[in-house]
Ligand binder design. Structure first.
Ligand code: ATP
Ligand code: MG
Ligand code: FE
Length: 333
């Protein structure tokens, strides 16, 4: 079964063709980073307009790269939400047009579920499963007792982790998106600076806004005192603090749910090299659990993961008709 996936929830216009949930026949990602970095972050109205300009080209390019026509496609899957509403509408309308014109089933997909299902491209996912979603807009621990059930155990009480990376990078004058830059600099630094440890109430919840402010206050204090500081060390101190917060919650969740068979990570921050290292360390602590991180090409937004999620949703019977509309805050399903 060949599924064509469409993603336009934020600042990537992406289209991919995936065969049988495993084989990526093509994956086109038109990133708008170069435009948004001028503004230091994503400007929603600008993003929607660029999606309109890019979407048709991306569909054509994905079909061509896969050496397919629409006749070969069995299902059209599209991100219905969550995301920026104007951006989502572009992908949803394109998917509806394709499904209508070529008489194909139309399947709406949840963006965060798709970040989780990206791991299917590496290995068959086993349940019960614990997923850590770490992206630009979300930080969540999700318990899945089977392939189509989602229970949010904990989530961020303020900023998402990717957002914290991006905001800290802005404070340090590194530009957008900050995640990959901080990742690189942290490798050259040591975690020598003491920053505010995040405080949360829920056992599995996260908080990153205090940590982010702590970095800002640190730089101001040093400047006021006429002292210099090492940017690599500061990047490393921030990253260690943020990841310690995340991994302490993973430990809680794994220890509280001994039935878990598989742990996966999803979302843009799963590209982080230190996070991937720490997942390797976890493997040794929990030898009975399978640990998986998505391929680097499927960490940040892409449509391969939408096609995979579309395959799973289609097989479970999900369908939409031409009344399908985008939902900026759609609940995970
Ligand atoms: P969401 O998925 O919550 O809707 P999004 O789609 O905007 O948000 P993603 O594309 O999943 O987010 O991820 C983008 C985020 O990942 C950015 O915040 C970026 O800084 C972060 N990121 C990317 N690479 C790395 C890295 N190597 N280290 C840390 N963060 C990273
Ligand atoms: Mg993006
Ligand atoms: Fe995303």
């Amino acid at each position: 079964m060949i599924v064509l996936g469409i993603e336009s929830s934020c600042d990537e216009t992406a289209v991919a063709l995936v065969k049988d949930k495993k084989e990526v026949l093509s994956s086109i990602v038109a990133s708008q980073i170069d435009v948004h970095k001028e503004f230091g972050g994503v400007v929603p109205e600008v993003a929607s307009r660029i999606h309109v300009e890019n979407i048709s080209y991306c569909i054509e390019a994905a079909l061509k790269e896969a050496n397919c026509t629409m006749e070969d496609v069995d299902v059209v899957a599209v991100t219905k939400g969550p995301g920026l509403i104007g951006c989502l509408h572009v992908g949803v309308q394109a998917a509806k047009a394709l499904a209508f014109a070529y008489h194909k089933p139309l399947v709406p997909v949840h963006h965060l579920a798709a970040h989780i299902y990206a791991n299917e491209l590496v290995v068959e996912m086993k349940y019960p499963l614990l997923a850590l979603v770490v992206s630009g807009g979300n930080t969540e621990l999700v318990y899945m007792k089977d392939e189509t059930s989602f229970e949010i155990l904990g989530e961020t009480q303020d900023d998402a982790i990717g957002e914290a990376y991006d905001k800290v990078a802005r404070v340090l004058g590194l530009g957008y998106p900050g995640g990959p830059k901080i990742d690189k600099m942290a490798k050259e630094g040591k975690p020598v600076y003491e920053l505010a440890k995040p405080k949360t109430q829920g056992r599995y919840d996260f908080s990153f806004s205090g940590l982010k402010s702590s970095v800002l206050q640190f730089t101001k204090r040093m400047e006021r005192q006429g002292q210099t500081y090492d940017l690599n060390d500061l990047a490393c101190s921030f990253q260690e603090c943020a990841l310690d917060e995340i991994f302490s919650r993973i430990h809680f969740a794994l220890d509280d749910h001994p039935e878990i068979e598989h742990f996966v990570v999803g979302g843009g921050v799963s590209a982080n090299s230190r996070l991937r290292e720490k997942v390797e360390e976890l493997k040794k602590e929990y030898p009975n659990i399978t640990f998986t991180v998505p391929p680097m090409s499927c960490c940040t937004d892409n449509a391969g993961m939408i096609a995979v999620a579309g395959t799973i949703a289609y097989r479970s019977g999900r369908r939409a008709d031409d009344s399908l509309t985008a939902d900026a805050s759609w609940e995970i399903q």
